[in-house]
Design a protein around this ligand. Structure first.
Ligand code: ZN
Length: 440
């Protein structure tokens, strides 16, 4: 889903009006937009100075009124925009009096509102954030996630980074990271859902923002076996390209570049907009001392992922790097962050925008995820339904037409990684028929 925005800027007429005797209305109200999440609707109002406001709840029909004080917008005619999600029907905007812009939100049913101001940040002006929450829907979402917990299936949580007002990295052509990683995440979810005994979920499946720590809460609700956060990188130098893989570090970062990258990704909450005072309870679920095993497992996956990525596009490093990424701080879930390429590089951008490359990338990352999580299950003595029974077959295998490495790996109860290693293969999943493979 794309950002649906309603934009207008103060017209010359309104400014003349203000100058002509409504000097009180000194704050210019700019762009307004909304984002629909499953359990809340967020409305964002830009302004050139911090807005102050008063709210009022009205019944029959249910409405929330917000008066923006000392403010002016285009006033020639009242404006309104339809939202039409499960929370808000419509937002109506009008000048209430000389110094007041009135927003009326026609609600589907009563909501819990949370309204807060954000200071300017890079290209963002002052923002008034109006979150209209329905706790009944949030509870329903939470319960649905918990119900998906299962010992019978391996659960993968895919986290498309950013969303909503946090667009992530932006290319020169105006491509947004948030849109690329959502498209990629959906493709990866579908690939994983075709693997026997595996089920994948997304932290977000639309264009709305989720705070970093909430993404971990979602993974924990599912009792995920693996968490993978998808991103695209950016650099002022458009020649820089290639994919890279990151894991958590609780101490220093691998290097200065990794530290800066983590800083940039961690700034997500500031761009997306988080009312910090209300999210303190989330901190309690984050453990500073991440288990060494979880950490080592994440690094193991990082190595496998880099191998797979190298078969599709350039990679920046041969080893996964580490830094203090907030979104990777689940103590007991192996977690990695993939920078799938640089959208500031024309060639990477072209690839990342192409549906066929996204499909290849999703397929490759899904294969590696399947291989990795199957290995963890095997190590922990967990039998996966749909996984092949122990065949005990060893020796050599003659590749049949259209046979893939994953199929052969399943047949011999081994992994693609092992087959690649034993046979000195290079990434990818396609083989030439007639080739003989050594089976571990
Ligand atoms: Zn990112």
């Amino acid at each position: 889903m794309l950002k649906r925005g309603v934009a207008w800027w103060v017209t010359i007429g309104a400014m003349i009006l203000a100058a002509a005797g409504h000097a009180a209305a000194s704050i210019k109200v700019g762009d307004m937009r909304y984002f629909s999440a499953p359990d809340h609707t967020r409305i964002v109002v830009d302004s050139d100075q911090p807005l102050s406001f008063q709210t009022m709840e009205l019944k029959g029909p249910e409405r929330l009124v917000i008066d923006l004080k000392d403010a002016a917008t285009a006033v020639a005619s009242p404006r309104s925009f339809a939202v039409g999600d499960s929370i808000v029907q419509r937002v109506r905007v009008a000048r209430y009096d000389a110094g007041t812009v009135r927003l009326v939100m026609d609600l589907v049913q009563p909501v819990q509102s949370k309204i807060f101001l954000l200071n300017p940040l890079e290209d963002k002006p002052y923002r008034l954030v109006i979150d209209l929450n329905r706790s009944d829907l949030a509870e329903k979402e939470h319960k649905a996630r918990v119900q998906e917990q299962s010992k019978e299936r391996r659960i993968i949580v895919i986290d498309p980074g950013h969303g909503g007002d946090d667009v992530g990295a932006v290319s020169r052509q105006g491509t947004y990271e948030k849109n690329i990683v959502l498209a990629l995440g959906k493709k990866m979810r579908d690939c994983i859902n075709r693997k026997p005994g595996f089920k994948a979920f997304l932290t977000r499946d639309g264009d709305y923002f989720i705070p970093l720590e909430k993404r971990i809460v979602i993974a924990r609700d599912y009792n995920a076996d693996f968490f993978i956060s998808l991103h695209t990188d950016a650099n002022l130098n458009k020649g820089v390209r290639g994919a890279s893989v990151y894991c958590l570090s609780l101490k220093g970062a691998s290097d200065e570049a990794a530290r800066l990258l983590a800083e940039r990704e961690n700034a997500s909450d500031m761009f997306g907009g988080v009312a910090y005072a209300d999210d303190k309870d989330l901190n309690s679920i984050l453990v500073d001392l991440v288990q060494t095993q979880t950490m080592n497992d994440s690094l193991h996956f990082g190595g496998l992922a880099l191998n797979a990525l190298a078969g599709l596009n350039q990679v920046k490093f041969k080893q996964p790097k580490q830094a203090r990424f907030v979104v990777l701080r689940a103590a007991d879930i192996p977690s990695v962050l993939i920078e799938t390429g640089f959208i500031t590089n024309p060639e990477d951008e072209r690839l990342l925008k192409s549906a066929s490359f996204q499909q290849k990338l999703a397929g490759s990352l899904s294969d590696v995820t399947y291989e990795f999580v199957s290995l963890l299950a095997k190590r922990d003595g967990i039998a996966l339904p749909g996984a092949p029974a122990e065949t005990g077959k060893t020796g050599r295998h003659l590749v049949q037409p259209r046979e893939t490495l994953s199929q052969i790996a399943r047949e011999y109860n081994t992994t693609v990684g092992e087959l690649v290693r034993m046979n000195n293969l290079r990434g990818g999943d396609h083989l030439v028929a007639g080739r003989e493979l050594v089976i571990p």
